[in-house]
Design a protein around this ligand. Structure first.
Ligand code: PBG
Length: 330
């Protein structure tokens, strides 16, 4: 039997005693406004190809992509992020298709902005979906090195093509040095002052991108991405990248992946005055889907808990393949 003296007089459980009180003292909230839905675009109308390692996700042809975007809009999603699934025969070592102003990717951006101008369209700027080498930068044929500055010229050209197509936010995802500055300069030189840049600021060399590389068949043919993507052991380096992206003119900063890097999201949101995005990547999606399919986890609850964790860590926005599912619950 406890004495009166032993009894706790401070009881945090009082703030958890009812749904009403729990709601009042809740510190963080997930809303539809936080969600950005990544979508995979295929070249041919009518296409809807299931991605095996991402159950519930598809490569949509332009017509069906538009239909999907309209559904997302009706659910209250403000922003989609498009990735091109380029046919193998169109890939080459120079990523030429990335610079095709009349390609299916800029056309689809343009179509969405014409049909549904309120929807914010974010794009991807990197060579890997277009490159026969599967790298984000040009590969030096002799040494196998990933060429930084030679790649920047292509990124700048992609930025102009995408901005001209009507993109609202450009997403350089390649981790070359100086890309944000080069892209900002190119945009401003062409008068695209209002086109935003969300930099993939702290993008780690991660095993969690596997299903995405299945979706785009974009895995590196040789080697890995460790000479440009960050070492998972580092966090100070993320702050350096944030400082550089900010000086170079980024409007928003991103951390990727999300779940294994909540501390990095937290560090960036403490240090930076810019809005922070978390990318809840393909492998994080696949893990929950697989465990739920096996009956090992409540997939819906785990999804909502995971999405909320990004808000708690300090993210303002979340790119997630769960966006549609979560929006239909919220
Ligand atoms: C590459 C890119 C990757 C993703 C987005 N852009 C993966 C990679 O570096 O190979 C991954 C997204 C995901 O896993 O959901 N530019």
């Amino acid at each position: 039997m406890m004495t009166e003296f032993d009894r706790p007089h401070i009881r945090p459980r009082r703030n958890r005693k009812s749904a009403g009180i729990r709601a009042m003292v809740q510190e963080n909230t997930l809303t539809k406004n936080d969600l950005i839905m990544p979508l995979f675009l295929a070249g041919k109308n009518g296409a809807k190809e299931a991605i095996k390692s991402m159950p519930g996700q598809f490569r949509f042809g332009p017509d069906l992509l538009l239909k999907e975007v309209k559904e997302l809009h009706a659910l209250g999603i403000n922003c989609v992020c498009l990735f091109p699934a380029v046919e193998d025969r169109k890939k080459d070592s120079k990523a030429s298709e990335a610079m095709n102003a009349h390609g299916f990717y800029p056309k689809a951006i343009n179509m969405i902005k014409n049909e549904l101008p309120e929807m914010q369209v974010m794009t991807d700027i990197a060579l890997d979906p277009y490159s026969s080498d599967g790298h984000d930068g040009l590969v030096d044929r002799k040494t196998g090195r990933i060429l930084n500055d030679e790649t920047l010229d292509i990124l700048a050209e992609m930025a102009i093509i995408q901005a001209r197509a009507g993109a609202d936010i450009l997403g350089p995802s390649d981790m070359m040095d100086g890309r944000v500055g080069v892209i900002r300069q190119a945009l401003d030189a062409e008068g695209f002052y209002e086109t935003s840049v969300m930099s993939y600021t702290a993008k780690y060399a991660s095993a969690f991108y596997g299903p995405f590389r299945d979706a785009l068949e974009s895995a590196p043919k040789k080697g890995d991405k460790k000479t440009y993507q960050m070492n998972p052991a580092n966090v100070k380096e993320a702050l350096l990248e944030a400082e550089l992206d900010t000086e170079e003119g980024a409007d928003m900063l991103m951390v990727k992946p999300g779940l294994p890097y909540l501390d990095v999201i937290s560090a960036l949101s403490d240090e930076s005055l810019l809005p922070i995005a978390a990318y809840n990547v393909s492998g994080e999606y696949a893990m929950i889907k697989a465990a739920a399919a096996n009956g090992w986890i409540d997939g819906e609850k785990a999804m909502m808990e995971m999405l909320l964790s990004f808000k708690r860590a300090g993210a303002d926005m979340i790119l997630s393949y769960f966006s549609k599912e979560a929006a239909s619950i919220l």
